[in-house]
Design a protein around this ligand. Structure first.
Ligand code: SF4
Length: 707
């Protein structure tokens, strides 16, 4: 009989529960967990193929490796040598050049406990806020907007809302591919009630858009104009909820004044859609007893991502579509634990438990809870600025954990140069075949899915246990263990007089310390423990001491987390994409995801059948654009802009509008003669969230010159 281990899928932010079937140290099968409230037993193609990703040791990071200099190959070493080397080099560099000369670049795929130890190591021990995460590329615009509008991070609603909503507005989300199991719940709700309206805002006719009652194929980056135009119409037609605005919000008058200039005709012109469609969307949104917005990278990965989020939240506040079943803005988390990373404060711009670096009171609270002397009040370097600082020589050592920045960051060549320039690069990874691995001076082999224990928080603030089912291969270790063991060695060198900051012996001991830091905060989990999660199953936060269950929805009483408990409207003016098209670079390049692949394919690329849906990289172009240029399907074309050039086969489809081309972001250096589509993404960042514009570039397309 196989052993069954309850755990959680490690791919997307839906956070589905799984039952892992194992025999000895082999995973032999997987099923959806019927008792998990995210998926009730369902899994998508990615989740179902998880056993294949741990089926073989081939390509796994198995043993620590070190190279003595950049001209030598790495050689296998024991853990003691690897831990000592990392601790020594980081401590030396921090002593010689100051704490801000080191940096950590971590991942939304780490477990909360892993994140916690890295965050405490950087901020509590070394004294730098230079710890950022690939969640910066994913959710930071949504975080910034939630904090600005509601005074606190995280979506107000829960997954049950998809079953209560009567109008669903998808913005910049191909949910059918990116969050498939939650999407199936929406489909099931609409099968029961065909009157439910779906509005999809996306420049491309994705599979999600193809199922919409109304698809608004807007020009890339024009979302703010659209939302402002919808709000203009609703104000003009007196379809707003003045009672809610008066009772629970501030700042409406200024927004009302701003959107005067966004008449539906002007807004529709900016967006490249009809005025009739814009008005229809506004009417369905306001007239519905419950309107739910589900949004993701199309809003977030933008140089104006915060504005896009805010403009949509303005629409919800103006119509009172928030705080009741089926109504509210709901950002879909991309990664499985982007939320948990925020909870422990594992980003350059925040402290533990949603505290602020800039707030002296918050710093003092964390200092007391951690028993450390003084936290830095200097904000850390967010992802793009961190790699800029490495290139400039200001940051000399970087520790990259469970992420592949050479593939996932914008301007891939700049990231390669930065890592080449760094004095010391540590890569902590489960897989060897990443575009970042060649730059590692030290490789720290990490446990992967099914091989480690901890917790993750999904898109609806629900914390689930991730449980170990098998032993990791070779000498791979859990991420928290690696961080903790380096941290202990560093403390002996840097802060020997402080009490032991890293006494952790298990993920549970880390969770128990993390829980203490949340007490009294908006995400208070003082009543949660591994025992409660074990007995009662996954729980939403807040879950205070004395509560029997978590809180499904926030703001149901119309009271928010701002100082005066009122939600805040903000002015959002439409601004064009960072790179506008012109005669030299006439095409909008937009990027997105495939159904069966995940991120840079280091995990999903191990599954042969994941290639049956889309077997090869391609650039999708409208047939008319191809005809005008004399291009044929499948021919090789070059995509270029000021910073880079790359080659892809051409795919013809009217799913993209004329003037727009599309490429999936997954394909990496293993499949291309370059590092992936992010070679040509400049990645200008949003000035408030620091999230880069990964979704768009202005490019030229030409026939490839074949050798
Ligand atoms: Fe995993 Fe997301 Fe698929 Fe659920 S929907 S099985 S969490 S990839």
């Amino acid at each position: 009989m196989p052993t069954i281990t309850k755990s959680t899928c490690c791919y997307c932010g839906v956070g589905c529960g799984v039952l892992i079937e194992s025999e000895g140290d082999r995973v032999i099968g997987i099923q959806g967990d019927p008792a998990h409230p995210a998926n009730f037993g369902r899994l998508c193609s990615k989740g179902l193929s998880l056993p294949l990703t741990v089926a073989s040791d081939v390509g796994r990071a198995l043993y620590p490796e070190i190279r003595l200099d950049r001209h030598s190959p790495r050689r296998q070493v024991d853990w003691e040598s690897a831990l000592e080397t990392v601790a020594q080099r980081f401590a030396d560099i921090a002593r010689l050049h100051g704490p801000d000369a080191v940096a950590f670049y971590v991942s939304g795929q780490l477990l909360t406990e892993d994140y916690y130890v890295f965050n405490k190591l950087a901020k509590g021990l070394i004294g730098t806020n230079n710890i950022d995460t690939n969640s910066r590329l994913c959710m930071s615009s949504a975080v910034t907007a939630y904090k600005m509008a509601f005074g606190a991070d995280a979506p107000p609603g829960c997954y049950e809302d998809v079953e209560h909503a009567k109008t669903v507005l998808f913005a910049g989300s191909n949910m059918a591919y990116a969050h498939p199991v939650l999407f199936r719940r929406l489909e099931a709700a609409r099968e029961k009630n065909p009157d439910i309206k779906w509005i999809v805002i996306d420049p491309r006719r994705t599979d999600t858009a193809a199922m919409a009652d109304l698809h608004l194929a807007i020009e890339p980056g024009t979302d703010v104009a659209l939302f402002n135009g919808m709000l203009h119409h609703l104000i003009w037609e007196a379809r707003i909820d003045t009672g809610f605005i008066d009772r629970s919000t501030d700042g409406f008058a200024a927004v009302k004044n701003l959107v005067r200039e966004y008449t539906p005709r002007i807004a529709a012109e900016i967006c490249g859609i009809t005025e009739k469609d814009l008005i229809q969307a506004a009417e369905w949104f306001a007239a519905s007893p419950a309107s739910l917005s589900l949004y993701c990278m199309g809003l977030n990965q933008s140089s104006h991502g915060t504005d896009k989020n805010i403009a949509l939240i303005n629409l919800h506040l103006a119509t009172g579509q928030i705080g009741r079943p089926g109504a509210g803005p709901f950002s879909l988390t991309g990664q499985p634990n982007a939320m948990g990373g925020r909870e422990v404060g594992g980003m350059a711009t925040m402290l533990a438990a949603h505290r602020e670096i800039s707030n002296p009171g918050h710093r003092a609270e964390v200092e007391a809870l951690w028993d450390v002397e003084q936290l830095s009040d200097k904000p850390g370097l967010p992802a793009v600025a961190m790699f800029d600082a490495i290139l400039e020589g200001k940051v000399k050592a970087v520790w990259i954990v469970c992420t592949n920045p050479v593939h996932s960051m914008p301007d891939a060549e700049k990231i390669r140069q930065a890592l080449q320039h760094a004095e010391f690069v540590v890569v902590q990874e489960a897989f060897m075949q990443t575009d970042t691995m060649p730059f590692a001076d030290v490789v720290l082999p990490a446990s992967s899915w099914a091989e480690k224990t901890g917790t993750v928080t999904n898109s609806e603030r629900r914390i689930s246990l991730v449980r170990q089912a098998i032993s990791p291969p070779g000498d791979a270790k859990p991420d928290w263990w690696i961080a903790n063991n380096v941290a202990r060695r560093m403390q002996a060198q840097l802060q020997p007089d402080l009490p032991d900051l890293f006494p952790f012996t298990s993920p549970e001991s880390i969770f128990n310390e993390h829980r203490k830091l949340t007490i009294g905060r908006d995400l208070d989990i003082g009543g949660l423990s591994y025992a409660v999660l074990d007995k009662q199953g996954p729980q939403q936060w807040p879950f205070k001491a004395g509560q029997e269950t978590g809180q499904a929805r926030r703001y149901v009483d119309g009271l928010f987390h701002t100082d005066n408990r009122r939600a805040q409207f903000h002015i959002t003016k439409y601004q064009a994409v960072a790179e506008v098209t012109n005669a030299r670079f006439p095409f909008h390049l937009i990027t997105g995801r495939l159904r069966d692949q995940w991120h840079g394919m280091s995990r999903s690329g191990r599954v042969a059948k994941a290639f049956s849906h889309e077997p090869q990289p391609a650039l999708t172009m409208h047939p008319k654009d191809a005809e005008r240029r004399g291009f044929k399907a499948d021919q090789l074309v070059t995509i270029s802009n000021k910073q880079a050039k790359m080659t892809l086969p051409l795919r013809l489809s009217d799913e993209v509008k004329s003037g727009t081309v599309f490429a999936a972001m997954h394909w990496n250096g293993q499949y291309l003669n370059s590092g992936g589509i992010n070679e040509v993404i400049a990645g200008k960042v949003d000035h408030r969230s620091f999230q880069p514009e990964l979704k768009h570039a202005a490019v030229r397309i030409e026939a490839a010159e074949l050798p």
